[in-house]
Design a protein around this ligand. Structure first.
Ligand SMILES: [Zn+2]
Length: 1045
């Protein structure tokens, strides 16, 4: 080791320059992290591969300004110097620095960190009179030269810099070490990588524009960090996350306060921030600091229906009682993400200043302010959706400044809109990389996958002893759960078995596939497609518990007393199974009902053999039903809730096409399977929690806040029903009672309202909260987790690992190595919760999208499909909220328009707009005009016309117009009314596919793999069944209550 002096020129806190001399030790050996190393460096796991054309070493300025380009996964072989990393920390702050560190840690990105300042031969001492910038550039160049020499000239090294002098000075110094500009680099090495070129031009443009900022102040300055910190500590300021009201985005935002002391009873959990000036450049999602106004300046929130989101014009007249109100004085953390925006139309962009190329773009998300972009392509990008990032928001600027990242496509096209939904919810669905796919086991006709004898020795083999079967929707290909049931001990004991795909056998912790699955956290189901969490070779093949093939499983086996069904013994462990029957629900139910049906697995047998097998199968199904009924009764006594969820079920054929949409037929077998899965999840939760009291991943469902029930209680009361919300049991019982024989829809609507009042079920770590909070309110279980769907949920993968650690510990093996500690489990739970919420939101938005596409070109006054029966489920000041059962659509019905006219019904109930007034009462609303008074009451059936409110920059939305205040008798012009919202999806998908097929060359035959399968190695399948199942958990949110949930 050699000692040198390192001289730093720092600025003191008072702004004086200080010269600091530090002892600096350099070494001969510093790891190079290259697979080409001949020198025996201590390189560890993450190394740059051999098979690249070059390594690239970015200069300090490039890392600071153009990191986004280097973040593209396609750009490989990057050497980040320590010099450059430190410069990022100095000039861009911790957030950007952490981004760089995460990039370096992520094994999916081909980049490494070189500690150049500790390497004897790459270390440069600053020379007298040399500027800081020149010195740093010289350091980076020295590092590039060192790499070339260290790898014995086997790899060309490219240094990229925006410093023209450096290019002139170093460009021709060594052959094999190239020094070029970023632009030259991209053109020479990545000419095909369009995203990189687009990023380069937009970033360089915005860097140029930045120099010509104005100086006039639009906002007050944010307070310094120390002042904020001491203010929060003393209670003078409050910290929280900014949540902009989507429907009043310009004026109304709320700061959801964190850890506010309960002493201050006047404050609820939120503070209102009214108006743009008080919001002081904070963007939706930022962590901000607020100062409260004196009570005399507090305001109330508006309670009228607005004409769709973003419309603030009529918010002033009606206010509720004043709430805590304040202004933002500082921002602790920016939570900016990528945003989808639309460029202004040609006419309006001309009114913006033309000499500069700055354009105000409108984000798709109403809650995000307009973003100013510097570009020369404003004309070309009209009518497109474009991804942008915000760079800064100075106090001198009315709008934040940003740059464009890439173009998604023409607004209004199905693919653009779907990509917009994914991006806005931070859902990344890039193809699985080659490196990830290389980790996957092979199963091909030439090389079929086989059970490993070593695994046979380790696992319990159930292939001969147990008749295992699966029951799924018809056409399901990712079978992650199977069942078995048999009598033991001369009939005194029932053995129930749940066998789940052993995904963790194939996905080892920390592998590339594991990291990808963790990042995705869940398979994402949109209305017309899905994005798998795992590559198809696992999800649809080796992990899928198909009939007649050997598969690895994680099993739970219970020995139950045949009479009382008390649990005598539970066994958890790894098994090998061979499923005998792959049943679908209707078939299983038919067998139970004694209907003569053909079981495909038995079709080749002789009649005699067939009868024997059939009897055996039916007995098993009967036993299963018996057990499940009993388990259900147990939970019902505990207060389990049956909430409104699935309405229709899609029936799929073997190619997974939708053959029919069947109205909800509650088959008992469906409940039976669900009950067995709930049982398995519960028992695995118990096992994990007992073995790992501080680091098990469980799922709880907190009880709802009582105030959320007020709408449900009041609405039911207006119909003479009492809803008791004291406990889950009381709620379940009183919901069962609230049935109007005249109108079955009433009970359904009440259950929908109950769903809305519910909290979300969430994953958590057992070490993070006390045990009385583990309770699952909806299922009425003291402990619960997710174990039964590891193919499509990452939580289940974590649970499988914990369960096998628990099993190993019982066998006396240590499990400590792979176990996550409480804090890590908690972080993981938080991440998965967030991803689940995003996936649900995307699913909901995609459903909305399809509904709008379906109604878009129809005339709501003449097209019979647009005229439907609706039920009023809430009253507002200027209208009502209604539910259209035929399509599963909810929306506002306005009774007063902007011209001040009101809806008035004639003798026959037909409605028209007339001058008049509107008045709201607790359970009804009335309009008065020259034609008389029209009254609408809660739960009244009305006839509405459905139309689309188009939007250039945002998502389209549906509008319901009152056509008649009497119920609508569905006409036969439109297809079967019970088919619901999924018929829309089907119809729209068909039209979109027809359009894209026509665009394709007709001569080429359709390839066997769909586009998605080729691009993403994952299937495009509208597994609507699962989509609908997910809706169960998706609390249907109301237009006006999103702010509070
Ligand atoms: Zn080396």
């Amino acid at each position: 080791m050699i000692k040198t002096d390192k001289i730093l020129h720092l600025k003191s806190s008072r702004g004086r320059k200080v010269r600091v001399v530090r002892e600096h030790y350099v070494r001969e050996r510093v790891p190079c992290f290259s697979a080409l190393c001949l020198d025996g460096c201590d390189n560890g796991d993450k190394v740059l591969p051999k098979d690249l054309t070059h390594y690239v070493v970015p200069d300090v300025g490039v890392v600071v300004d153009y990191l986004e380009i280097l973040e593209l996964r396609e750009v490989q072989g990057i050497v980040f110097t320590q010099t450059a990393c430190q410069a990022v920390q100095r000039s861009k702050g911790r957030r950007q620095y952490n981004r760089l560190r995460n990039l370096l840690k992520d094994p999916r990105h081909d980049c490494v960190l070189f500690a150049n300042e500790f390497q004897e031969f790459s270390y440069c001492q600053r020379e007298k009179g040399e500027s800081q910038e020149k010195w740093l550039t010289r350091c980076v160049h020295a590092a590039a030269v060192w790499y070339y020499n260290h790898l014995a000239g086997m790899m060309d090294v490219v240094m990229i810099t925006e410093d023209q002098d450096a290019i002139a000075q170093y460009g021709n110094l060594y052959s094999g070490v190239y020094v070029i500009s970023v632009q030259d680099y991209l053109q020479n090495f990545w000419s095909e990588l369009q995203p990189a070129h687009e990023l380069y031009s937009s970033i360089s443009q915005s860097l140029q524009e930045k120099e010509s900022e104005g100086t006039e102040r639009e906002f007050t300055d944010h307070l310094p960090a120390e002042v904020l910190a001491s203010g929060i500590k003393s209670g003078r300021y409050i910290q929280g996350m900014l949540n902009v009201n989507k429907h009043r985005a310009l004026t109304e935002a709320w700061v959801q306060t964190m850890g506010l002391s309960d002493k201050n009873t006047e404050l609820s959990s939120e503070v209102l921030v009214y108006g743009n000036k008080n919001r002081n450049r904070a963007v939706h999602g930022d962590i901000v600091v607020v100062e409260l106004f004196p009570k005399t300046e507090w305001r109330g929130k508006a309670s009228v229906l607005t004409e769709g989101p973003g419309d603030d014009k009529n918010g002033e007249d009606s206010q509720s009682k004043p709430v805590a109100t304040g202004r933002i004085v500082g921002i602790l953390q920016r939570n900016w993400r990528d945003y989808v925006v639309t460029f202004p139309s040609r006419e309006s962009s001309q009114s913006q200043s033309r000499n500069s190329q700055r354009i105000l773009t409108v984000p798709w998300d109403y809650r995000i302010p307009k973003i100013r972009i510097s570009t020369q392509q404003a004309d070309a990008l009209q009518d497109h959706r474009v991804v942008v990032r915000i760079d800064s928001w100075e106090s001198t600027s009315l709008y934040p400044n940003g740059h464009s990242v890439r173009v998604l496509g023409l607004a209004g096209e199905l693919e653009t809109e779907i990509q917009t939904i994914l991006l806005e919810n931070c859902i990344h669905v890039a193809a699985f990389s080659d490196a990830q796919l290389r980790e996957m086991p092979v199963n091909s006709p030439e090389k079929p996958w086989r059970v490993d004898p070593a695994q046979v020795a380790e696992r319990r083999d159930l292939r001969e002893s147990h008749m295992v079967f699966s029951i799924d929707p018809a056409g399901c290909e990712d079978v992650d759960d199977t069942l078995s049931v048999r009598r033991l001990g001369g009939g005194k004991v029932l053995e129930l078995g749940v066998h789940i795909a052993d995904v963790t056998h194939f996905v080892s912790e920390g592998s590339l596939t594991d990291l990808e699955a963790r990042a995705r956290a869940t398979t994402c189901y949109l209305a017309d497609r899905r994005y798998d969490m795992l590559p198809a070779v696992l999800s649809a093949d080796l992990c899928s518990l198909l009939g007649g093939v050997d598969r690895y499983a994680m099993s739970v086996l219970w020995e139950l007393d045949a009479h009382t069904l008390a649990v005598n013994k539970v066994w958890y462990g790894r098994t090998i199974i061979r499923s005998s029957y792959q049943l679908h629900y209707e078939l299983a139910q038919a067998l139970l009902n004694g209907v003569q049906t053909e079981v495909p697995e038995l079709s080749h047998l002789s009649p005699h053999e067939k009868d024997d097998k059939l009897v055996q199968l039916i007995q098993a199904l009967e036993m299963l039903t018996y057990v499940a009924r009993h388990l259900r009764v147990q939970r019902d006594q505990g207060g389990a809730l049956e909430l409104e969820g699935v309405e229709v079920r899609a029936q799929l054929d073997n190619d997974k096409n939708i053959t029919a949409l069947v109205p909800r037929q509650p088959l008992e077998i469906h409940e039976t399977v669900a009950e067995c899965m709930i049982y398995a999840n519960h028992w695995v939760a118990v096992k994990m929690q007992e073995t790992f009291p501080h680091q098990a991943l469980l799922r709880h469902h907190p009880p709802p806040r009582q105030e959320f029930f007020s709408q449900l209680v009041d609405s039911a009361k207006s119909k003479g029903f009492t809803i008791n919300t004291r406990s889950n049991k009381a709620l379940a019982d009183s919901l069962d009672q609230a049935v109007d024989p005249q109108d079955p829809l009433l009970n359904k609507l009440l259950r929908m309202m109950a769903t809305q009042a519910m909290s979300q079920a969430l994953y958590f770590s057992t070490g993070a909260i006390s045990q009385d909070q583990y309770y699952h309110y909806g299922l009425a279980l003291d402990r619960y987790t997710h174990f039964t769907s590891p193919i499509r949920r990452y939580a289940d993968i974590v649970v499988h690992r914990l369960l096998s650690a628990a099993i190993n510990m019982e066998k006396g093996q240590s499990a400590a190595k792979i176990l996550l500690v409480n804090k890590e489990v908690e972080e993981l739970a938080h991440h998965i919760n967030q991803k689940n919420r995003a996936a649900q939101q995307a699913q909901r938005l995609s459903t909305d999208l399809f509904q709008c596409l379906y109604f878009k070109d129809r005339d709501p006054h003449t097209d019979q499909c647009c005229i439907a029966d609706a039920v009023i489920y809430a009253i507002r000041d200027n209208g009502v909220l209604a539910f259209v059962p035929q399509y599963g659509v909810k929306g506002p019905v306005y009774l007063k328009n902007r011209e001040g006219k009101v809806v008035s019904a004639g003798q026959d109930g037909r409605c028209e707009w007339q001058s008049g007034s509107v008045r709201r009462y607790p359970n009804h609303i009335a309009t008065t005009s020259a034609a008389g008074t029209t009254t609408l009451t809660l739960f009244q059936h009305i006839t509405v016309g459905i139309s689309v409110q188009s939007s250039r920059s945002h998502a389209d939305s549906l509008i319901l117009e009152l056509l008649n205040n009497k119920p609508h008798r569905s006409s036969e012009h439109c297809q079967a009314p019970t088919q619901g919202r999924n018929q829309l999806v089907q119809e729209v998908v068909r039209l979109a596919e027809e359009a894209s097929q026509q665009a394709q060359e007709k001569a080429t035959r359709r390839p066997k793999l769909s586009k998605q399968e080729r691009e993403f190695c994952q299937s495009k399948s509208p597994n609507l069944y699962l989509l609908l199942e997910e809706i169960r958990e998706l609390a249907l949110m109301d237009l006006e209550c999103e702010n509070t949930t």
